[in-house]
Design a protein around this ligand. Structure first.
Ligand code: NAP
Length: 245
């Protein structure tokens, strides 16, 4: 069997009940991993678990477990990893925040760090004692780190901080590998014909490939980062060329 595999590995995804996290959970399960997903909504976790179990059924007896977790609560994160125990790979896309301009109120300004940076920092801290030495952490950033658009200063800074955090943790946690995935704009299900859906047309013009991305394309990158045994301290920009033009 190839060493570049998730077969029989234990993969933990905080924010695994929808979007990029769910797509990654599905690909990991299809690749033979046992999957743990976490998020705030029990019903969303249940739906996701069923979807992952269906995807994994063709690949043998895989387990999928769901935990209700608010990753902005440090104590909950600590107890989550205590309950999960030993595992191999962590991915941390779970985030909620408001993007705003410099004139926004303090709550909006701080929401990116509160909702996206600190949850990943503390997830790494409490996960580390339970991780296999051949395991990996993949942090979630975003294209604004390198190419901010108007009206998102704290969001851009937050993503830049996450990319620096990935390098620092790669040094501190070696031989556990730590990397960052930085997506461009990703299509969201159910947005066809809505004002937000129309907004995606603007983003299409901002990428070399003239389209937005798909959850599966980011998931593919994350499973690569989990399985490539010589990649650490890297940020991969999966953005159709958004950061080049
Ligand atoms: N979509 C894009 O275009 C794009 C582009 C660049 C970067 N990103 C980054 O990718 C990440 C995920 O985006 P997405 O579009 O896949 O989002 P999504 O579809 O909204 O999924 C977010 C996931 O995180 C969970 N979550 C949210 N808040 C949480 C909390 N406080 N504690 C625990 N889990 C929480 C959600 O479940 P519950 O709501 O039930 O908690 C859900 O499972 C974000 O960090 C985002 O900044 C996205």
């Amino acid at each position: 069997m190839s060493q570049y595999t998730l077969q029989n590995q234990r993969v933990v995804i905080i924010g695994g009940s929808s979007g990029i996290g769910l797509a990654t959970a599905l690909q990991a399960a299809e690749a033979g991993a046992n999957v743990v997903i976490a998020g705030r909504s029990a019903s969303r976790l249940e739906e996701a678990k069923q979807q992952i179990a269906r995807a994994a059924s063709a690949c043998g007896n895989r387990t999928v477990v769901g935990y209700v977790l608010d990753n902005q609560d440090e104590e909950q994160l600590k107890s989550f990893f205590n309950q999960v125990g030993q595992f191999d790979h962590l991915f941390t896309p779970g985030a909620v925040y408001t993007r705003g301009s410099l004139s926004s109120d303090r709550e909006t300004a701080e929401s990116c760090f509160k909702g996206k940076f600190w949850p990943q920092y503390f997830a790494a801290k409490y996960a580390a004692p339970y991780m296999s030495s051949s395991g990996s952490i993949t942090l979630m950033s975003g294209g604004f780190s390198q190419r901010p658009l108007d009206g998102g200063a704290s969001y851009a800074a937050c993503n830049g901080a996450i990319e620096s955090l990935g390098k620092a943790l790669a040094v501190e946690l070696a031989p556990v590998r730590v990397n960052v995935v930085s997506p461009g704009t990703i299509w969201r299900e159910g947005q066809e014909g809505t004002p937000r859906g129309d907004h995606f047309k603007d983003y299409e013009k901002l990428a070399l490939l003239q389209r937005v991305g798909r959850n599966e394309e980011i998931a593919h990158t994350v499973t690569y980062l989990m399985t490539n045994t010589f990649t650490t301290g890297s940020t991969l920009f999966v953005d159709g060329g958004y950061t080049l033009i």
